[in-house]
Write a protein that binds this ligand. Structure first.
Ligand code: NAP
Length: 289
């Protein structure tokens, strides 16, 4: 039987672990320390409790390893990867953003575009919706798809995977920037100036994508605005919750990645340059703090 390790017992990792375990797969959920995590769903009283094993104490090479920590937490897990993988292991990085894969030296590592919506508070994960991961199509990911075929994890292998990755990057770009910097929820989309800023950020994002060889039609701007309009006004984004909870922001791999590509192509992206600078500035701490 294949073995599945999942690093990061948070919103994404716990849902992946639960989904695979429900179908009888051999799953180990790995966290900072040994413990447990509870998974709940709104309006449903039944919940699942999954055991969590300390990553640092695990010396098992898994056939498939899902990595579902935040981009800002990669530093803490990279040193442990040699003890939970071997040269045949297939690793799936489940994170928003782009550019993180450059930090991995393992041969079979792929980044999934993640459509799993949830939130972790203390040791409780609330799963809101979706269980979809999108990956590039190749021999390794096809093996994974076959290995989990009996589960409810919706693993999609797309020929146009880079388009999907950039689409998610664009969706994250505007709404994460404006909610984090305003420290306010999706209610800010009622303000015309905020909507205009989102459109400008998306336009700049499309320009950067085009320079990278990923072509989007301009009408995806309104398509993404419609996605934002589907958010309940009280809903935050991951960057909004991170800034409100004084947690590190995943700026480096979202706005930072786009900024770096914009600079590399000498593009004029004033809105991106401004929000990126302000997000970086928001994390500079005074020495006495
Ligand atoms: P999360 O709920 O904060 O979960 C991250 C988990 O990783 C936490 O349980 C954390 O433990 C654990 N962790 C951190 N450092 C670790 C270490 N050194 N060793 C072992 N475990 C460690 O984050 P998430 O929401 O699942 O997000 C994961 C990625 O998916 C992010 O890139 C995010 O942007 C992306 N994403 C999230 C969603 C969503 O709806 N949540 C949707 C799409 C994409 P502690 O709790 O102890 O810190």
């Amino acid at each position: 039987m294949h073995t599945f390790g999942i690093i990061g017992p948070g919103a994404v990792g716990a849902v992946i672990a639960e989904t695979l375990q429900d179908s009888g797969y051999d799953v180990t959920l790995l966290g900072r320390k040994t413990g447990k995590v509870q998974i709940k769903r709104a309006g449903i009283s039944a919940s699942t409790i999954l055991p969590v094993k300390a990553l640092s104490q695990t010396l098992t090479a898994f056939d498939y390893l899902f990595i579902a920590v935040k981009g800002t937490q990669l530093e803490g897990i990279l040193p442990f990867l040699p003890q939970v993988t071997d040269k045949k292991s297939i690793c799936i990085l489940c994170q928003n953003g782009h550019g993180q894969l450059e930090r991995f030296t393992l041969p079979n590592t792929y980044q999934a575009v993640v459509y799993i919506s949830g939130q972790k508070k203390e040791q409780v994960v609330t799963h809101f919706r979706d269980r979809t991961l999108i990956l590039p199509k190749n021999d390794a990911t096809t093996m994974l798809q076959q290995a989990i075929a009996d589960s409810k994890l919706d693993l999609q292998l797309h020929d146009q995977y880079l388009y999907d990755l950039w689409y998610k990057l664009l969706v994250n770009l505007a709404i994460n920037s404006v909610t984090a910097l305003s420290r306010n929820t999706a209610i800010i989309l009622k303000e015309a100036k905020v909507r205009q800023l989102c459109r400008k950020l998306l336009h700049e994002g499309i320009t950067i994508a085009a320079a990278e060889g990923i072509d989007f039609e301009e009408d995806i701007i309104e398509e993404i605005m419609q996605i934002y309009d589907g958010y309940p006004p009280y809903m935050g984004t991951s960057m909004y919750y991170d800034i409100m909870n004084q947690q590190p922001l995943e700026t480096t791999y979202i706005q930072g990645y786009l900024y770096q590509r914009s600079q590399a192509h000498s593009l004029d992206t004033p809105c991106l340059d401004t929000v990126y600078s302000l997000l970086v500035a928001s994390e500079i701490k005074n020495e006495k703090d």
